[in-house]
Ligand binder design. Structure first.
Ligand SMILES: [Zn+2]
Length: 352
């Protein structure tokens, strides 16, 4: 080792050693710490045993439904009306939350759930303040149909394909602390989201019977797995991810235009590659942007893990001055959204 390096490293090691022993001096002994861990775990298991029901023993918890043929009947306090009850279906995590005031400490000793355990991976009851919350984790993306009567919530899980002609999952790339590419203080996550929200406006007004699930409609950052799971577990007909590009160096260059990534391992009839081409054609037609072409995308987790036709659209280059000005304008974002919407309709016309 170089003498200079030693001069720097030796005092650091000495300091770390002092800090280590000083810290250890005030920490519980190993034995004490072990006891703490055991106690914590026991507490944890005690509460979780009471409130957690996994699929295997769900049937033991579910009492037989008398004269009811709904999938699930959740008993709630009789005085809970529809106004004070909240039922939330979180498609992204395939979780349903039934929340009601006046939750008992031990729900299962006072109330019960009857019906079938089909489609339910796990079930929890917990208290959140004075509210009782029943949390159901489902094995698939379902629409739920509920009927609230005195002391009871009846619930059905419905495959979205029974309700809609087509299912599309739209993913606005990045979000929250993951900004994506940034240029002049402008963050890719924000442009991606604005385009997705313009697209949502178009779908919301569309006459087509297409259901769209969004991985995000706010500044959140779902995991890559959650994003692709939303597409796979809803058996989406199309999975479209919206991103924007940057030059390798991150510096402004003359590079511009739209490119679309696809899964090269997808050799199905309605392939990811063909979908990517449809997206490229429609987005460049709508925006007039430079048609850069298609790119193999299996290096990207959400592309290679998608079990449904996937296209990841790199709308434009944030590192091109002119294109950056376009990308942040609402007018241009609307054009991009219209292009993606046209691509979706074209794909469905082709049989996707
Ligand atoms: Zn991106």
């Amino acid at each position: 080792m170089d003498e200079k390096v030693l001069k720097i490293v030796t005092p650091i090691i000495a300091l770390l050693t002092v800090v280590f022993f000083a810290t250890f001096r005030f920490m519980p002994t190993i034995h004490e710490r072990y006891a703490l861990v055991v106690e914590k775990r026991e507490k944890l298991f005690e509460s979780w045993d009471a409130y957690t029901v996994v699929q295997e023993n769900l049937d033991e918890i579910l009492v037989e439904a008398e004269g009811k043929d709904t999938q699930l009947n959740i008993e709630i306090p009789a005085d809970v009306g529809e106004d004070s009850l909240s039922i939330e279906n979180d498609y992204l995590t395939q979780s349903v939350y039934v929340r009601f005031p006046g939750g008992a400490d031990d729900y299962f000793s006072d109330y019960g759930i009857s019906g079938s355990s089909d489609h339910i991976k796990s079930l929890f009851y917990y208290k959140d303040g004075d509210d009782g919350v029943i949390e159901l984790n489902l094995d698939h993306v379902y629409e739920i149909r509920t009927e609230v009567t005195e002391g009871n919530v009846a619930m059905e899980f419905i495959d979205p394909h029974e309700l809609y002609d087509k299912i599309v999952v739209v993913d606005a790339g990045h979000g929250s602390r993951a900004a994506g590419a940034t240029k002049k203080g402008i963050m890719e996550k924000e442009i991606n989201l604005q385009i997705a929200l313009q697209l949502k406006k178009i779908f919301d007004e569309s006459e087509e019977n297409i259901k769209v699930y969004y991985t995000r409609t706010e500044d959140t950052n779902p995991t890559f797995k959650q994003r692709v799971d939303l597409a796979n577990l809803s058996d989406a007909d199309l999975f479209i991810s919206i991103h924007n590009n940057s030059s390798q160096s991150g510096n402004f260059t003359s590079l511009s235009g739209t490119q679309v990534l696809y899964s090269q391992s997808d050799d199905s009839e309605y392939s990811s590659k063909r979908l990517a081409q449809i997206c490229l054609d429609n987005v460049t037609d709508a925006t007039g942007s430079n048609k850069r072409g298609l790119m193999k995308g299996d290096d990207i987790y959400i592309i290679r893990s998608s079990e449904v036709p996937v296209a990841l659209i790199e709308v434009g280059f944030m590192t091109n001055r002119e294109e950056l000005d376009n990308l942040i304008s609402e007018e241009y974002q609307c054009k991009v959204a219209q292009g993606i919407y046209n691509a979706v309709l074209t794909a469905f016309e082709e049989g996707y």
